[in-house]
Design a protein. Structure first.
Length: 346
């Protein structure tokens, strides 16, 4: 079936991983949650493992188990909240969990499992989303110590922004430091920074950094896109001056040219805005609304049915689309549907 498709450059993914590996003295934790931000969970994990990455972050237990089933040997940290009956499965598969609250810990200690369960203690340093508070920390650590099944593998926090929120981030760091300083163990994985904060604060408290957006070449200071989104032309119409295109007659041809139909729409995660661009050997302008399964573009140049049109790539960046849609780069790539075929290029 003719449809939009995605090309993923595994070489660029590896290059991006090595960039961060070579620019920090801390351990890289690869964030591949939510289908590797739309890039493909298993394929990205395997490529990163080939480059020496040995620790990964996911959001769902299904992702963690899928990695184990596909030969990923390194550490896996699950950020989501497991169900009570899932702790046994996690311990059997050597999958670490994020511990967010006293209530969650109570549930864990009252769950049946016998294998060791590793955990990373999340500290609420100021974002107020989730995490252990300072007043709870001592009791939480005591409870972990007294349950022989539980292993404290790491301690972490999460910053609320990047350099645009430096004062808040700096305050969070010092909050985090003051909360955990008396409990620090040299064997613990300690992490706080992510892609846009990994070099923001000069500190030696943490020994790991979580890199997500940067792996996919989408950071604010290093753009090396791993992803390309394309779709083939499936229909061509002559567009005379005054020709109306699409729902609600929102586009009218201002000059003679051609209207092209592409088999990709908002059901595929292609954002329903009115000012997309596309590219072949020149830019095409969007013609009318993005519909559920199709989009139209206009150009004065003639292109043949079957020619591939770039919608995200070298000429049209994820950042450009994020600005147009008033959203984030995360949203643009992670919204791309699993229906879109992903081709992995080594």
């Amino acid at each position: 079936m003719k449809k939009g498709f995605i090309n993923i450059s595994l070489k660029r993914l590896k290059d991006n991983f090595n960039y961060y590996k070579n620019n920090t003295n801390k351990k890289i934790i690869a964030v591949i949650k939510d289908n590797a931000y739309g890039h493909g969970l298993v394929e990205c994990a395997k490529a990163l493992q080939e480059e020496g990455c040995d620790y990964f972050v996911v959001s769902m237990i299904e992702e963690a188990l899928l990695l184990r089933e596909n030969g990923i040997k390194g550490g896996i940290l699950l950020l989501g909240y497991p169900e009570k009956h899932e702790y046994k499965l996690l311990s059997l598969n050597n999958i670490s969990i994020a511990l967010y609250s006293w209530i969650q810990l109570f549930e864990i200690t009252n769950s049946y499992f016998t294998n060791p369960l590793k955990m990373h203690l999340k500290i609420n340093s100021g974002m107020q989303r989730n995490g252990i508070t300072p007043s709870q920390l001592n009791d939480v650590l005591t409870t972990i110590k007294n349950d022989q099944r539980l292993i404290l593998e790491g301690v972490f926090t999460h910053y609320l922004g990047g350099k645009n929120c430096f004062n808040f981030v700096n305050e969070q760091f010092y909050n985090f430091k003051s909360i955990i300083s008396e409990y620090i163990d040299e064997n613990l994985m300690i992490h706080a920074s992510s892609t846009n904060t990994y070099n923001l604060i000069d500190e030696d408290l943490t020994n790991c950094v979580r890199i997500g957006l940067g792996l996919y070449g989408l950071s604010d200071y290093l753009e090396n896109h791993v992803i390309t989104l394309k779709a083939p032309i499936v229909q061509v119409y002559k567009g005379k001056v005054g020709t109306v295109v699409g729902y609600d007659a929102l586009f009218k041809c201002n000059e003679d040219g051609y209207v092209y139909t592409l088999p990709i729409g908002y059901a595929d995660g292609y954002k329903p805005i009115l000012n997309h661009n596309a590219f072949i050997d020149d830019y095409l302008i969007q013609a009318g609304k993005v519909s559920m399964d199709y989009s139209n573009f206009f150009s004065t140049k003639y292109y043949m049915i079957g020619e591939e049109v770039e919608l995200i790539g070298e000429k049209i960046s994820v950042g450009d689309i994020a600005k147009k849609t008033n959203t984030s780069k995360y949203d643009i790539v992670s919204s791309l549907s699993i229906k879109l075929k992903r081709n992995y290029i080594k």
